[in-house]
Design a protein around this ligand. Sequence first.
Ligand code: NAD
Length: 361
Amino acid sequence: MVSKIFEAGSVFNELSKCKHQRVVFCNDEDTGLKAIIAIHNTTLGPAFGGTRMWEYKTEGEALRDVLRLSRAMTYKAAISGLNLGGGKALILGNSRTDKTEALMRRLGRFIKNLSGSFITAEDLGTNNRDMEYIRMETEHVVGGHESSNSSNSSAITARGVFMGIKACLKELYGSDSLAGRSVAVQGIGHVGENLVHLLREENARVYVSDIDEERVRQVAKKTGADAISNNNILDLEFDVYSPCALGGIINSATIAKMRCAIIAGSANNQLADEDLHGQMLLEKGILYAPDYLINAGGMINSYSEISGYSKKRTLQLAENIYDATRVVLKKSKAESIPSNKAADMIAEKRISDIKKIKASY
Ligand SMILES: NC(=O)c1ccc[n+]([C@@H]2O[C@H](COP(=O)([O-])OP(=O)(O)OC[C@H]3O[C@@H](n4cnc5c(N)ncnc54)[C@H](O)[C@@H]3O)[C@@H](O)[C@H]2O)c1
């Protein structure tokens, strides 16, 4: 039976809206693989994006998600100065019950057929073992081999977020010193905990919250941070609120409550509605460090692995997030536009500039 998304040309409508170059539907009866690989833009380099495995309610929801996620990767690479394009692979299914070696290797063969225009890595619902299976079929994968440094990804992401926070402090207070500044970190998982350590090393007053209260107790004890309730974190006053858990946390209801001066965290897709909530933050005078800019450390780490860069060079690339954030915030201020919009414009300009030089040889 043909699903509703294929009716009335809606697939091509979706593709045109986001300006995708190519979308591959992978269907394999033998392994049960049903996957979508979306290649958004390869102007700057091969499309890079993780392979996510998730049970979607509808195929339409899966298609929209893979299009949105792959487009976001294009912007993230562009603003970070990386020579990568944006892509994403999505396997429809339950990662605990439906995943097999054959299924992952079949996806690897689909990726191989894309001849290097798409490179993948771990994402939600996939792990290093899955990347090993993909690597058995194609070299166009990050992770899944002995010298892979993918476990370093959260530490590099935290470093980038830390630099983003410092750039915001510099913009607002004229100094990027963290000494005595108050920072609330919501979600102290892989990235959040690394971030708390970095903040405490520079003598920030750090407040931590998570839905996992035991974790909050442990991290607070280890780092000297103060544990706070996850329920009223937005009611309290901080210099910096750092969302490091889930997306969609910045919405009309939460903005109304917020008493922070700066928002800078690792969570993806923090703005529930990019246009509306970016503008609301601007009007409320809250400085927002665009999420896809300051959480690009994971992508930087993968780029370094693809390019064979050293740890030192990888760290330098993550530290460049400081200058990139400064440029975005200055543009936002000079043009009175939301910082997320300023970031988008800078990313789009880099892509269009490089497109022109590519046409000349
Ligand atoms: N790991 C990376 O390199 C990386 C890179 C870019 C973006 N991100 C994004 O950063 C965020 C954190 O990533 P991570 O790798 O640390 O994930 P993680 O799963 O290790 O940690 C997430 C933490 O958030 C907590 N949490 C979940 N829901 C919450 C809620 N409603 N309120 C408070 N806490 C809650 C969880 O208990 C967990 O401790 C995610 O949004 C992720 O997409 C991560």
